[in-house]
Ligand binder design. Structure first.
Ligand code: CUV
Ligand code: SF4
Length: 626
């Protein structure tokens, strides 16, 4: 790592302290590797390189001097659109395959073939089953679970005309999707079709590829991700408001520390169950520990934080740094966003990385495979391994740099409606009165190309100042939480209207609504508000932002937000700038097609101004004060 000031890497004290410790300990981090990769390939940054076949690889010259077509004849627009389409398909595949794992678990519960999992929210199970058209009267919970699992499996194939949750989409939006031809069909079908279309010699019209990218992103947002969220609530409980803690200070020097990292609650919930087993606690004490401490990283951390109030150690760029504390015995992972470098960093300390999924093995990690039939037992093995590793921890290398910060979490739509007295009417009234001028979903990752948490947290501050209610998911949750923005006291930083509403309800101006798949909760809420007002989602005073995004999944989320009618600001440009057709479509053309578009703005104040301007236009069109 170079000689740059530590504050250039991150605004967080815990990150700065651990980057300094990594230097002293000789541990390489994501920032070191970024430096070695820079300058990045300009063709790739612009989306102008193609390796889709072995007549290539090909590069299109962005300045017009070199080749303007690949060997097959594809031009810049086709190459960029194909690359972007595959990026969106990969993101949708990740969320939706995670959703499928939840359905597999629901099916096992329904079939009675697992003793490890059960139904924690039977009322929601019945409500959702009825919503998607199943008859539930007189059936027991298992029978309903079985039928619901089968119904959701159908959403992945191509047997049905459309996905189960299509009725959550306001009528005007559904009509628009029909007109444009982007109504999502089967989730797997739409993802596979993108791989088909982007094979050499299939879809060679950039706009046509982009429209299919929009369709498949909708299959994720209103399909695979929404199923992941709803089935997780059924199996593990629908979140309700509670408080917890965040940052590396949640690690405990005198306890066995276990971190869960990845995405699905299927593994992390079992680890949570195991750490409370009296026999394991006794073993930990015998090993000299005061207890067993569980905390989260990234999205599975969000899942446990939302539903169970388990503390969060950090977001994406904190995952290596958590190991650098020297206080972590085991990081147990499932899939997605787990840097392969974690195995190397763990090897510099006494820590172990435990992989659990047959589809996500890491060379050098300890593989303890979980399935629906053995999960409780496997979770016990993970905790036992952690206790063994505690015995060889080097206390002299432990540094826990900060005290934890308090956060409020658990704002599922059900919880929000309950807090409002059962309907969205009070929220709509507050929006009409201009106390809450609008709502902004601020979501997504960290990216070492930008100062960690700076854009995430400052965009939040700028929005609440303007009386815009902020909803956060994913890694932005930690960015907000560390700055104290997830507590009711943050109402003092909000504009007068939002501050008044928050104080009356005792809620923060920034609501944590979950993990990345839980962005589907925001879609559902927007759908409910639009339907209540008799308008389209694109008419609502709402916006979205992904200030520090890095992942393919975030690209998919951004696109389904836009295709659902929500103006979306990205803090970093996607690799599309090599095509004028695709870029123009993204930043303006889509407005005429789906009623919303993207903007790219890395400065949080300017991003907030763009969002504010958008919300003014929408409020005025609804006949409200801007
Ligand atoms: Ni799924 S996708 S870095 S963990 S939010 Fe965090 Fe969230 Fe991005 Fe990954
Ligand atoms: Fe080159 Fe066309 Fe093959 Fe891509 S698909 S590598 S542009 S020949």
């Amino acid at each position: 790592m170079g000689k740059r000031d530590l504050s250039e890497y991150s605004i967080c004290k815990d990150a700065q302290a651990m980057i300094a410790k990594a230097r002293e300990d000789g541990v390489e981090t994501v920032w070191d590797r970024l430096r070695e990769q820079e300058p990045h390939c300009g063709f790739c940054e612009l989306g102008l390189s193609c390796r889709n076949c072995i007549m290539g690889p090909c590069r299109i010259d962005p300045f017009g001097n070199g080749p303007q077509r690949g060997v097959c004849g594809a031009d810049a627009d086709v190459v960029v659109a194909r690359n972007f389409g595959r990026m969106v398909a990969a993101g949708a595949a990740a969320h939706s395959d995670h959703g499928r794992d939840l359905i597999e678990t629901l099916l096992a519960v329904g079939e009675g073939t697992t003793a490890d999992y059960g139904i924690r929210d039977e009322a929601k199970l019945r409500r959702i089953a009825e919503e998607v058209g199943l008859a539930v009267a007189g059936k027991d919970a298992k029978a309903v679970a079985l039928e619901l699992a089968e119904q959701f499996f159908n959403d992945f194939g191509c047997r049905r005309g459309s996905i189960s949750f299509i009725d959550r989409v306001p009528a005007k939006r559904r009509a628009l999707w029909e007109k444009v031809g982007i109504t999502p069909r089967g989730i797997d079908r739409d993802v596979v079709e993108m791989l088909h279309r982007t094979h050499m010699g299939v879809d060679n019209d950039a706009v046509n590829i982009c429209l299919h990218a929009a369709r498949l992103s909708l299959a994720d947002g209103w399909g695979g991700s929404m199923i992941a969220t709803e089935v997780s609530d059924i199996l593990f409980g629908t979140p309700t408001p509670r408080t917890s803690k965040v940052n590396l200070g949640v690690l405990k020097a005198d306890q066995v520390n276990i971190l869960v990292h990845g995405h699905s609650p299927i593994v992390s919930e079992m680890i949570l169950a195991a750490v409370h087993a009296p026999a394991l606690l006794a073993k930990a004490k015998a090993a000299g520990a005061q207890g067993i401490n569980l905390a989260g990283l990234c999205c599975t951390g969000n899942e446990l934080l939302m539903r169970q109030g388990i503390p969060m150690a950090g977001n994406h760029l904190m995952t290596e740094l958590a190991l650098v504390t020297g206080a972590v015995e085991v990081v147990v992972v499932d899939y997605q966003c787990i840097m392969p470098s974690l195995v190397t960093v763990a090897g510099c300390y006494h820590s172990r990385i435990v992989t659990t999924s047959p589809k996500a093995k890491f060379t050098g990690a300890t593989h303890i495979e979980f399935d629906v039939h053995n999960a409780r037992q496997k979770a016990v093995e993970v905790v036992e391994l952690a206790i063994e590793r505690f015995k060889v921890r080097d206390a002299g290398r432990v540094e826990i740099p900060v005290e934890p910060v308090e956060v409020m979490t658990g704002f599922s739509n059900e919880a929000v409606l309950a807090a409002l007295g059962g309907t969205a009417a009070p929220l709509i009234e507050a929006i009409k009165a201009g106390k809450i001028r609008g709502a902004v979903g601020i979501v997504g990752c960290n990216n070492p190309k930008v100062k960690q948490d700076y854009q995430n947290s400052n965009l939040i501050r700028e929005c609440i100042k303007r009386d815009l209610l902020v909803l956060v998911t994913g890694c932005v949750t930690v960015s907000a939480g560390k700055q104290g923005l997830l507590m009711p006291a943050a109402a003092d930083l909000a504009g007068p209207g939002l501050s008044e509403v928050c104080k009356a309800l005792g809620i923060p101006p920034v609501l944590h609504v979950g993990s990345c798949v839980d962005n589907s909760r925001i879609l559902q809420l927007c759908g409910m508000l639009a339907t209540a007002l008799g308008v389209d989602i694109s008419d609502l005073p709402v916006a979205a932002a992904a200030p520090e995004w890095y992942s393919e999944k975030a690209a998919t989320i951004g696109l389904y937000a836009v295709a659902s009618g929500i103006f979306t600001v990205l803090g970093l440009a996607p690799p599309i700038l090599g095509s004028k057709v695709v870029t123009d479509l993204a930043v303006s053309g889509l407005e005429g097609v789906v009623g919303a578009s993207f903007a790219v703005e890395g400065d949080p104040v300017k991003a907030a101004e763009l969002i504010d301007a958008r919300i003014r236009v929408k409020r005025t069109a609804l006949g409200l004060t801007p």
